[in-house]
Design a binder for this molecule. Structure first.
Ligand SMILES: [Zn+2]
Ligand SMILES: [Zn+2]
Length: 356
């Protein structure tokens, strides 16, 4: 089968023909209809996450995981099922979204259904195991497939990472009716978060980005207030957001960028018992005014993707039309490097997908 593979850190992906995987008893082979291109793929290909102060976290196990097929937002149809795969209720030919955040299955987090936070050796598809930048993807257990009949394949693919990450992050905000939520970054995740917050909470939504066209899209999707933070002094931005909440700070901030500049602004914006949910992995370190957190009773918490149960819930919301992921462009598998470069340079609105 055809695939686009990462052969060496920092190098463009290479087209390759690899053997189509063989099935075990509970496993499934999915023919990929669409694979979302995610910002995390850029970090993976670069080889590391930036931890700040010159420290790096290797994204490829120091190269030991290479060669690797990236791609963790995968939708397709079930091509083959192992002899016991049918026990999960999945049938050959079903349209599915693949849950890629597969854990070791044995640690405390996996046993609690939080495989995305596996403490053992996770087997995330597109990171530790071959993912969806290919004609087929091997899924070790058919229970990781969520039926997605009725949703466009490109839209359903994006639910597995950008949709799920936004869904889980919004849930962690604990929003109540009339709370003010600030969404930082109106890219693929931000646009999903705006829709999810609008349709599943009664919160008012403010959105900050540095690109006017993205803010226009945010407003169309239901943002009540938009701020171009590149065109404002930081203090005006902070007072502008607070003014939307009667001068109090925001009740929740979800930061989909995760740079020192955005997170420090987010902390300045928090009101009493405010929560800053940090999702973005742009990286770097932070100087923090420590008394702010205890004096406000505020919290900073991280959120990494979501659980299999959350994905199943989100797919149901999408099937009912509550959430409609913004997919703006489809490309051929061979165009993966061009799409990654466009994404890196902020030239993609919403989400782009590859269609093998
Ligand atoms: Zn992703
Ligand atoms: Zn585990």
């Amino acid at each position: 089968m055809k695939s686009m593979r990462l052969v060496a850190e920092g190098q463009p992906l290479k087209g390759a023909t690899v053997e189509t995987p063989r099935l075990g008893s509970r496993s499934a082979l999915v023919r990929v209809s669409a694979a979302g291109v995610c910002h995390t793929d850029i970090h993976l290909i670069a080889g590391a996450y930036d931890l700040g102060e010159g420290r790096k976290l290797s994204a490829t196990g120091g190269g030991t995981l290479l060669p690797l097929t990236p791609g963790h937002e995968i939708a397709g149809s079930v091509e083959e099922l192992g002899s016991e795969g049918g026990a999960t209720g999945i049938k050959k030919g079903d349209q599915v979204v693949v849950y890629p955040w597969i854990g070791c299955g044995a640690c405390r987090k996996c046993l609690a259904g939080k495989e995305n936070l596996c403490e053992g050796r996770p087997a995330f598809l597109g990171f530790m195991k071959d993912g969806g930048y290919a004609e087929y993807v091997f899924v070790p257990d058919a229970r990781y497939l969520v039926k997605s009949e009725g949703i466009d394949a490109a839209q359903s693919a994006t639910l597995a990472c950008s949709g799920l990450t936004a869904f889980s992050a919004i849930r962690k905000c604990g929003l109540r009716t009339d709370d003010l939520l600030l969404v930082v970054g109106a890219g693929g995740l931000g646009t999903a978060a705006i829709q999810i917050a609008k349709k599943t909470t009664g919160a008012r939504i403010a959105v900050a980005d540095i690109d006017d066209s993205r803010l226009e899209l945010a407003a169309k999707l239901g943002a009540d207030h938009t701020f171009n933070s590149a065109k404002m002094e930081a203090k005006d931005f902070v007072s502008g957001v607070k003014a939307q909440n009667g001068g109090r700070g925001a009740d929740a901030v979800v930061d989909f960028v995760g740079k020192p500049a955005t997170v420090s602004l987010g902390v300045r914006l928090l009101g009493h018992e405010g929560r800053l949910v940090l999702v973005g992995l742009m990286g770097g370190g932070l100087q923090l005014s420590l008394p702010v957190l205890p004096l406000l009773g505020a919290q900073i918490l991280g959120s990494f993707t979501g659980s299999l149960a959350e994905l199943a819930e989100l797919v149901q919301l999408a099937r009912r039309g509550v959430v409609a992921p913004v997919v703006t462009a489809s490309y051929r598998l061979e165009e993966a490097n061009e799409v990654l470069s466009k994404l890196e340079h902020g030239e993609i609105q919403g989400r782009a997908v590859l269609k093998p």
